[in-house]
Design a protein around this ligand. Structure first.
Ligand code: AMP
Length: 142
């Protein structure tokens, strides 16, 4: 199974935020869209960074002053991306090894076209395993 299969199932919408927008605005986006991460981009195509709920939670330990600061100050700029052609298996390993739960999907020019979360990956993986199990049960019975 490939990333393209996951995206054609769940769609290509990615919620983005501009680097100069505040962390407060980010929190509203996370809440209103029921998300764990938002891609930081000034034009919706070029990826400037990624911010997840974890980036906010970690900083809360030192106070709440940063809530009015721009997301650019808390985002991760070295973003791990994947392409349509990557396998779900390889992305599962990447997420586990690098301890990230969100990976933007980019085209050949590196421009944003989608996003897969660990939830999407688990869903696809479970469907896969159930299918294989069904096949095996049929084979054993026949
Ligand atoms: P997450 O598990 O996705 O909430 O992310 C955990 C940490 O990794 C946070 O500091 C994120 O900013 C960072 N992170 C999340 N996704 C990516 C990604 N695709 N590339 C690089 N860093 C990421």
């Amino acid at each position: 199974v490939r990333i393209r299969d996951i995206l054609s199932g769940k769609g290509f919408d990615v919620v983005v935020i501009k680097p100069e927008s505040s962390v407060d605005e980010l929190l509203r986006l996370l809440r209103d869209h029921n998300l764990g991460s938002v891609v930081v981009s000034r034009d919706g195509r070029v990826i400037d960074g990624i911010v997840t709920e974890r980036d906010v939670v970690r900083r809360l330990a030192d106070g709440t002053d940063f809530l009015e600061r721009p997301v650019a100050e808390i985002m991760t700029t070295h973003v791990r991306t994947c392409t349509f052609a990557d396998s779900v298996d390889s992305l599962m390993h990447t997420m586990t090894n690098e301890r990230i739960r969100h990976v933007p999907v980019v085209d050949k020019d590196g421009l944003l076209i989608g996003l897969v979360s660990i939830g999407d990956i688990v869903k696809s993986h479970v469907t896969d395993i159930e299918f294989a199990l069904d096949q095996l049960e049929g084979y054993v019975r026949s």
